[in-house]
Write a protein that binds this ligand. Sequence first.
Ligand code: PAF
Length: 281
Amino acid sequence: MKTCREIADFREVIAGYRAAGESVALVPTMGYLHAGHMALVTRARELADRVVATIFVNPTQFGQAADLEQYPRNEAGDLQMLDQAGVDAVLLPSVKDIYPEGDQTIVETTRLANMLHGLVRPGHFRGVTTVVARLFNIATPDVAVFGEKDYQQLQVIRAMVRDLHFPVAIAAVPTVREADGLAMSSRNARLDPEDRAAATVLSRALSEAEVAVRDRPTASQLEDRIRAVVGACPRASDLAVDIVRAESLAPIEARIDGPAAIMLSARFGDVLLIDQRVVTP
Ligand code: PAF
């Protein structure tokens, strides 16, 4: 695996693939990799001749400086995992290379970024689209692979690609879970043992909702059901529940009559976790 720290080197490696007529899949990451990321790499390998990855803890998508500082990092471990998974090249850029001095350009999906989780984390999705647009321009991939766990992020990126005519296909990979159902996330490493055990309540609430939706409840009835499950767990706080149409993320006014995305976020200790599931009545 080629490890590049300079954007120019990474571009040169990719230009070599292109010259050989090979297609390229991109897996953008913020590092501290786990099996969920490896599922993205596996999918990327199915979709293109070459797989390239990026490891960049993107400062513009963190609201609080403390959250950014505490974000776990493990560069040596990450490189080993990517290499073993068959990634061809990885870029680990510096913040000043991605955001050059005097930088003044942002990319924002105005509607999708400022609803749901975007209201709880103002500026977060703007940071995501701004960095992903830059990474697309650097790597010029044919396809880029993202996890469904960050469901709103996935829809925001799809909207950006459509609106800005990026010649990139977006592939989505289902959430990878621990044996007890907890969605894999780099943030899980920051949970203390009690919070780690408690955090499974999110996936349990989603499983209950998946069954309950068969009775075609209204979105607010389903939300009450989820709140009752999560509310019974005293270690969960700041619960946010959004039940929206799966494709448009539009609100569901009456009974759930088609695919609905349930997006949850809750704090365990000081760690904000998210989980989601698309359910169909
Ligand atoms: O999902 C992530 O890890 C990040 O939001 C992404 C897409 C790599 C952008 O920084």
